[in-house]
Ligand binder design. Sequence first.
Ligand SMILES: C[S@@+](CC[C@H](N)C(=O)[O-])C[C@H]1O[C@@H](n2cnc3c(N)ncnc32)[C@H](O)[C@@H]1O
Length: 616
Amino acid sequence: MAGQQARFVLKLRRNIALEGDLLLARMEVEAFSLAGVRGVADIKSVTQDIPGLRRLRGFGRLDLNVRENGIQAYVAEGPLTTLPDLIRRLSFVQRIYCVTARTAEALELLNELEEVLGPVLACHSNEDSLIIEAIPHYALFEFSQVVARRSKGRIETKQNLSAVLDALLGRTDARHAKSLAEAALSARSTTSHLSHDIHYYKAKFFPRLVRSILNICTQRLGDGSHRVIDNFVGSGTTLLEAATLGIPSLGVDIDPLSVLIAKAKLEAVQIDSRLLAEESAQAMQALEAQTTGQLALFDEPLHEVGKAPAIKFPGWLMKNRKMTARVAAGLQQEIRGVQSVVARCDPQVAGLFRVLMSDAIARKIRMRFLGTGVGRFSLTFAKPSIAQIFSKSLARYVKVAATSEWLRQTIHLEFADAQVVRGDARHIPSRSGGFDILMTSPPYLPASSGRESYAKARAPSLIALGMTTHEEVDSLADGSIGSMSGDGIDLESLSERERDIVEWLLRDELRAIKAKPTARYFLDMRRAFAEMRRVLSPGGYCVVISGKQSTFYQFSTRKALYTVQSALILAEEARQAGFEVEGLHDVQLVKLNRNARPRSLDDYYETIILLKSPDG
Ligand SMILES: C[S@@+](CC[C@H](N)C(=O)[O-])C[C@H]1O[C@@H](n2cnc3c(N)ncnc32)[C@H](O)[C@@H]1O
């Protein structure tokens, strides 16, 4: 049995729009023990080699829901025993076709697979060959985002997920199930599945990117248990992806709000959906009562709302002309209303409630920092109230919890342990050599526009959560790499490339303010790389995602003045810290926010810096 071979056709998700994703998709497929991996642009042509595939019908049809341009599938050969891993781990594939000889052993494996991986397979056989169709687990995670959105509550979400899986594998003809499956297959963007969108967060990883990189690294490392660390964990994308792959992980971040978000992101997929539904219903009722003025007499804490001290916004926010005294008082009242509900919830859902409140505040009060580091920002307010945004999120998270329960029950998904601690990447609070994979994305250059805003933009949330006061909020970002304080810098210790940009900034009157913070950024990253090297085991992989480059433009004409090769600079720092640089891969991103940068129609690339800790 061990030697039985199979041919695999791995049909890519239709919504892969970027060449960078294709690159990762291919690297991921190649990382599994498969031979002769080749991309096919016309998936139908595969039937010349494997005629049996021509007979497939329904959602199994080879050419249904395929990418419109470019590679539609990868074709490869390898041991049949690779199939479970492909189903459990592949990130970019919507359907696996596996063709193998019809042996007793193959049939036995199939039976076992269904028990271990859930009802994600369908099998067709003729006299001597078997065609197995399988829906990869990750495709189901992504589909669940679409299904949950179209479902009413926790029970319906679970029913619809089962219906979609049945429709995809031809087990039902129900129109409702088929139309949901169609919607799931053709969704344009699927980056917010499970709890990935728990809080508004700029500069988040794309989940598929993280997952494929974790797969590539674990495959290259070979058998054994692995541990992952993200030392700039942010909203916790790496940890959630590692958890679904069964890899234990640790996240570190200096920002207390990020720590809270990352923790809640992981808790949200473990919460009992019934409890959450009850708690959410109570919370929504209480919020509704606040707006209609019908507070229940016995509702002690709601009466307390009026007595609680109002939260205060920082002086610089109060100075904005849109933040009139009346507007501020209204917002403070809204925040206190939600705070009172959050204060009363069951401790098991408290982390989630707090993070969703913070998210609602961040979505209501929107600050966008502009210019060259002098703290200028535009302020806008979303139309719905904070309570409305919060209630909508609660309803969504009941469905997230239900989805996660369905995945645990149906495909036996188990979440590996993940811890999040507040700490400094320049002094990682962990022993040496304790991790095999480090996957991270540090803050980008402070020199690029608006970088100083990290803590400021979250000030109202942080204050509402009781994590800081309106007076202290500005100092919260001090330990952050790339914050705007840049004292005590030794410019002499910079590399030539680094010094060049710092000196250029110093010469530019409007940008001189960013010179020292930029120098400090490089030196902080130097310390961070030394720490990253320390905590990785010999032979371990370190993957850093960074903007490829930052370009400075003349303000009036938008003419490009200077381009910083950020990724090259970071790779050089990593090499100096003792890492082997295995490669730099540029990944083009779609820019959704065209106002984000000057000349924002220019292509924008991120770079995957692939590093290795030398073997011991
Ligand atoms: C680009 S974000 C990471 C986003 C993350 N990859 C995600 O998917 O959500 C960078 C993070 O680095 C954190 N950070 C900045 N300075 C730090 C330091 N000295 N130590 C640890 N974390 C730091 C910031 O708080 C921020 O959360």
